[in-house]
Design a protein around this ligand. Structure first.
Ligand SMILES: Nc1ncnc2c1ncn2[C@@H]1O[C@H](COP(=O)(O)OP(=O)(O)O)[C@@H](O)[C@H]1O
Ligand SMILES: [Mg+2]
Length: 179
């Protein structure tokens, strides 16, 4: 399976914690193209999990994304993007910067997210995963109606096999990368 992504573009990852968003991003896109909300928290307060700085972290997240797009560079938004308002803000930035928008939905079983969460040092826990997974089921229905230029729903097998071709100069991690 080959996914073609133009550059510049805004790629919005959407999925619960543990669905593999950050892993996918790092395997398929260049480090500088990935803008992570967790990383923005850490840049402000040394802790990716510090929700007290969430508001400022998202200001930074949106600001970096906008700057990259204004410089005609690919931006991969690595956050859960589970709330419709969160996606609306990202879509608005993409439209203002006049770039194509691509939503990638991580359609992974709740049990898989849980198992992966249990296997890492910074856990979000069963209750959070359950809530996020339910929000994701709603996102699966809503995202195709929200105005993204391309919506890709990737299941666990797709995520393992997908190749990404970035058509443009920046944000590229090789002509085609495989998970
Ligand atoms: N396709 C995959 N197969 C097996 N393990 C994976 C896969 N994708 C991610 N993981 C593992 O699952 C955990 C969560 O992945 P991560 O990418 O951090 O998820 P997210 O960013 O969606 O919270 C990590 O320990 C990662 O190594
Ligand atoms: Mg992540």
């Amino acid at each position: 399976m080959i996914v073609r992504i133009p550059a510049p573009a805004l790629v919005v990852l959407c999925g619960p914690a543990g669905s593999g968003k950050s892993t996918f991003a790092h395997r398929l896109f260049s480090d500088t193209s990935i803008v992570s909300s967790d990383r923005c928290r850490a840049m402000i307060a040394d802790d990716e999990a510090n929700i007290r700085v969430s508001r400022e972290a998202f200001e930074l997240f949106h600001h970096i994304i906008e700057l990259r797009l204004r410089h005609r560079c690919l931006a991969v938004a690595d956050s859960t993007a589970l709330r419709p308002e969160a996606r609306k803000t990202l879509l608005h930035i993409g439209r203002e910067c006049e770039v194509p928008t691509v939503a990638i939905l991580f359609d992974v079983a709740e049990a898989t997210c849980l198992r992966r969460d249990e296997g890492r040092s910074r856990r979000v826990g069963r209750a959070v995963i359950h809530r996020q997974w339910e929000a994701f089921q709603r996102a699966l229905h809503r995202v195709p109606t929200e105005g993204f230029g391309q919506v890709l729903v990737l299941g666990e097998d797709d995520l393992r096999r997908v190749h990404v071709e970035i058509q443009g100069a920046s944000g590229r991690r090789g002509a085609a990368a495989t998970l």
